[in-house]
Write a protein that binds this ligand. Structure first.
Ligand code: ANZ
Length: 859
């Protein structure tokens, strides 16, 4: 896209007015020439910091929502440079994936050409934004020299048994004609196109992330305090560990056992029926032996369930449906016959796809039992007191239930409410009288002794489905031999490069377009030399982004994916910054792959991102800026008017990082005025660089030094908006000193202007550099070390506050001038003279005017 020419108003102004566009051009050229932000090598003795923003998709030009993210990343990188760190802040593109491919299909263009054009455009925009990336390390995941290492990673996982193929029901988007990971299904719909997702049975490649479920869960504890608690919570829920037992049931007339997972093995005596997921192999097998009528009903049921989303199936408020399969399971604890049903509330890919149904104590089972007239047997007396348990009913001081409830009056079969609370076991043979905890332990013991059950955990997390039936991704580096083996493409043949898109039909058809690349598909069996076929699928792009932060350490290295030596020096990432939309999928996958690399001995850490900042979204007309909705402010155009610095300052000032901001509330005019004021202050300074600051106006110096002292803490807590507010305060205070008192020659004015330039560099780097030059310095303000605050200037001014009781002054207090009303009132209430004067009388009213007056009334 062509750059809009600068508007006349910002063309170099005569008489030396603040000219943001000219300043921006000037400093970008200087940075490009001097390359001052490149990360230091081994001879650089400064401590290291790795700052990383989540890299973008090149799916079109960027808007201010993207810009906000880069603004924060840049502030953090610049901050650590001022603090004396050797900062690595690289940039790259997540350039494979559906958006590029779909856009390419719509425009009839080659996805490759389209992608790289967009990258060039985005890169230009980012440079115009005044970002301080190390541009020597750019990577694109769609480059063969990057995805070659995805292929390496895939084969490493395959060697370790962590990449495998299986046939199972998968999420299928009928519109995009591809499978989706669970993570890409939002409210039963395709995350990309919004089309309803259905289940389809396919053979696909998976990564065995479930093997790492416990570590992914337990290691979240390490991140507590450094990651937003919301993200940690979302990850925990996503992994969803449940603890209970696996119990083996025999089925009449069938060899072998069927295992179910239950969180309540204590209720085993209360099982009255058995449910299997309709789409499971077991259901099909059992139905096959049933009567013709049941077979027909079952088939129709399976078809209708295939059209339901997982969310619908799990909803509690919909009528229960199912088909009795005319077969029986045998309860291993008491030999009872349990009728087997196929019902959609049981999911094929959770636990073992089958459940023992205990309607008295599980609401979904109860709803089902009531719908189909199945027996309900209470096995936990929830009215019986349990020491230590939180009573779910009213009890007296001795723990004896009060009120007129009886087991009969709360019978779930009548009330329709399952008894899920704690209580004592009844109707349960040897378990009778036990509490839930003891009953669980006992029943697991009994089942284990008979080889019929064991303690077990179950996870909501499933294995990561990584194959996609699309063109624009990393080819899966495996070969299907004529005799049915699946073997890796030999290392020396990697990268296995994508065939040219020209001549391929990319429109979604349900099978990978690569399958039609006849020549490309043909290969030979590496062992026998016989003809063999390639795998036609490509990898989910989340594979690409699961380890890219390591590739930035030695991009382009033809020998290896990343250098463990460099990883040792730089990684894990100290500060990772991006949108909360990646709270689950991307972060979970990157955490998983990091742990695999750790197990391979290639990295020495187990978590990839030591701290995480999630920025909110930029909204326009009440919703997230987006191309499809047409509600966006283009990144490229805003670089010209109001200019990069004003856009950045305005966005940062609009609110806390994690909050969403409305573009309507973002005042670029206000930001531009502030920047012009700051710039004019530098213009006005008339003392020389060797002025003795200590001789300057102490009031202004206090404002300057308070900023120096507070800003680091504020930045580390990501309170960037507060830092901008404090800069505005400093610029105003400086102007006041210039216009009154000692005027522009006061050394405190020079000191304030210099500190303003240094701190302003975090948000408005072009203006900051210009100020620095005006102040008589050579070199970049972006590399200036942070100035130390003078502690003697941080001592707070104090004032005398008076405390009145019923109109008479009873005490005076020395308090900080900036005290707030609550703190002042608390001090007054605690003062000894005040307490003595009150002599036990109660304060009925308090009027506080901080910092000077507190007035109490007692009647
Ligand atoms: C018997 C029972 C009795 C259960 C009771 C609960 C309460 P969470 O906590 O979410 O892990 N379940 C097992 N596999 C299932 C599947 N594939 N589809 C649907 N439900 C399934 O849930 C575990 C409980 O969900 C298990 O414990 C099982 O029902 C059910 F009073 O077993 B329970």
């Amino acid at each position: 896209m062509s750059q809009t020419p600068p508007p006349d108003t910002s063309a170099p102004a005569e008489g030396g007015g603040y000219d943001p566009y000219a300043i921006q051009q000037k400093w970008q050229a200087r940075w490009a020439e001097a390359d001052p932000f490149r990360a230091g090598g081994d001879d650089d003795k400064r401590p290291r910091k790795y700052v990383l923003g989540m890299f973008p998709y090149p799916s079109g030009d960027m808007h201010m929502g993207h810009a906000e993210n880069y603004a924060y990343v840049d502030s953090v990188a610049r901050f650590w440079r001022h603090r004396g760190y050797n900062v690595l802040n690289p940039m790259g593109w997540d350039s494979f994936g559906l958006p590029a491919e779909n856009a390419a299909i719509q425009r009839g263009a080659d996805p490759r050409a389209w992608t790289y054009e967009n990258i060039a455009q985005q890169k230009a925009s980012l440079k115009n934004f005044g970002t301080s990336y190390d541009w020597s390390r750019v990577l694109h995941t769609s480059d063969p020299d990057y995805y070659r290492w995805n292929q390496w990673l895939f084969q490493k996982l395959h060697e370790r048994g962590l990449a495998y193929r299986k046939e199972s029901p998968v999420n299928w988007c009928p519109n995009d004609q591809t499978v989706l990971a669970n993570e890409q299904v939002v409210d039963g719909r395709c995350e990309r196109c919004g089309h309803e997702v259905v289940k389809k049975k396919l053979t696909q490649w998976y990564f065995r992330i479930t093997e790492y479920a416990d570590r992914l869960l337990d290691d979240l504890n390490q991140l507590e305090g450094s990651w937003p608690s919301k993200v940690i919570r979302m990850q925990r829920n996503w992994i969803g560990r449940s603890v209970g037992a696996d119990i083996d049931f025999e089925i009449e007339g069938r060899d072998g056992v069927v295992t179910v997972f239950s969180t309540r093995p204590d209720t085993l005596h209360g099982a009255t029926f058995f449910v299997v997921a309709p789409e499971s192999d077991l259901a099909a097998e059992l139905a096959a032996g049933a009567s013709a009528e049941v077979r027909m009903r079952f088939q129709a049921y399976v078809d209708s369930v295939g059209r339901e989303s997982e969310i619908e199936r799990q909803a509690t408020d919909r009528p229960k449906t199912g088909v009795f399969l005319e077969r029986y399971a045998i309860n291993p604890i008491n030999g009872e016959r349990l009728p087997i049903w196929a019902a959609d509330y049981v999911l094929a890919d959770y636990g073992h796809g089958a459940v023992m149904a205990v309607p008295a104590h599980d609401q979904r089972d109860l709803d089902f039992a009531r719908a189909f007239d199945l027996p309900v047997r209470v096995v936990v007396d929830t009215l019986a007191p349990i020491t230590g348990a939180i009573p779910v009913i009213d009890v007296d001081a001795d723990g004896i239930p009060v009120g007129d409830e009886t087991l009969d009056s709360i019978d779930p079969a009548k009330t329709g409410i399952a008894l899920t609370g704690e209580g004592r076991m009844i109707n349960s043979g040897t378990l009778d009288g036990l509490s839930k905890r003891n009953a669980i332990a006992r029943v697991i013991d009994e089942l284990s002794a008979r080889g019929r059950g064991r303690a077990a955990k179950s996870y909501r997390l499933r294995d990561w489905l990584i194959s996609r039936q699309r063109y624009w991704g990393t080819p899966i580096p495996m070969i299907h031999t004529a005799d049915g083996r699946i073997v890796p493409v030999p290392d020396e043949q990697l990268p296995l490069v994508l065939p040219d898109a020209a001549g391929l039909d990319l429109t979604p058809k349900g099978t990978s377009p690569l399958g039609a690349a006849t020549e490309w598909m043909q290969t030979v069996d590496p062992e026998t030399g016989e003809p063999a076929l390639r795998d036609p699928d490509t990898m989910d792009t989340f594979v690409d982004s699961s380890w890219y932060f390591l590739r930035f350490l030695n991009p382009g290295d033809p020998e290896k994916a990343f250098s463990p030596k460099e990883a040792d020096k730089w990684a894990p990432v100290d500060s990772y910054i991006g949108g909360v939309e990646h709270a689950i999928l991307h972060l979970l996958y990157a955490r998983f792959i990091t742990k695999v690399l750790f197990d391979m001995g290639l990295v020495e850490f187990t978590e990839p991102f030591s701290s995480l900042i999630n920025q909110g979204m930029v909204l326009l007309d009440g919703s997230k800026m987006s191309k499809s909705k047409g509600n966006l402010v283009e990144f490229a155009s805003s670089m010209v008017d109001p200019g990069a610095d004003a856009s950045r300052v305005a966005m940062v000032f609009a609110g806390p990082v994690e909050d969403d901001i409305n573009w309507e509330d973002v005042s670029t005019t206000g930001a531009q005025k502030f920047l012009a004021r700051a710039w004019r202050v530098a213009q006005d300074v008339s003392s020389s660089p060797d002025a003795v600051w200590a001789e300057g106006d102490p009031a202004l110096r206090r404002v300057t030094h308070r900023l120096l002292a507070d800003a680091p803490g504020l930045v580390e807590q990501t309170k960037f908006n507060v830092v901008v507010a404090r800069l505005m305060e400093l610029v105003n205070a400086t102007r006041k000193t210039i216009d009154s008192g000692a005027g522009p020659a006061d050394p405190a004015v020079r000191e304030a202007a210099e500190v303003t330039a240094m701190v302003l560099d975090l948000f408005a780097p072009h203006t900051a550099e210009e100020m620095w030059e005006i102040l008589g310095y050579e070199g970049f303000v972006g590399l200036v070390p942070w100035r130390q605050a003078d502690p003697t200037l941080l001592v707070e001014e104090s004032v005398t506050a008076v405390v009145q009781i019923d109109g008479k002054v009873r005490a005076t207090l020395q308090v900080p001038a900036r005290i707030d009303a609550d703190a002042l009132e608390a001090l007054a209430r605690g003062d000894e003279r005040v307490i003595r004067s009150l002599a036990g009388r109660e304060i009925t009213r308090a009027v506080v005017r901080a910092p000077k007056v507190v007035s109490f009334s007692t009647h």
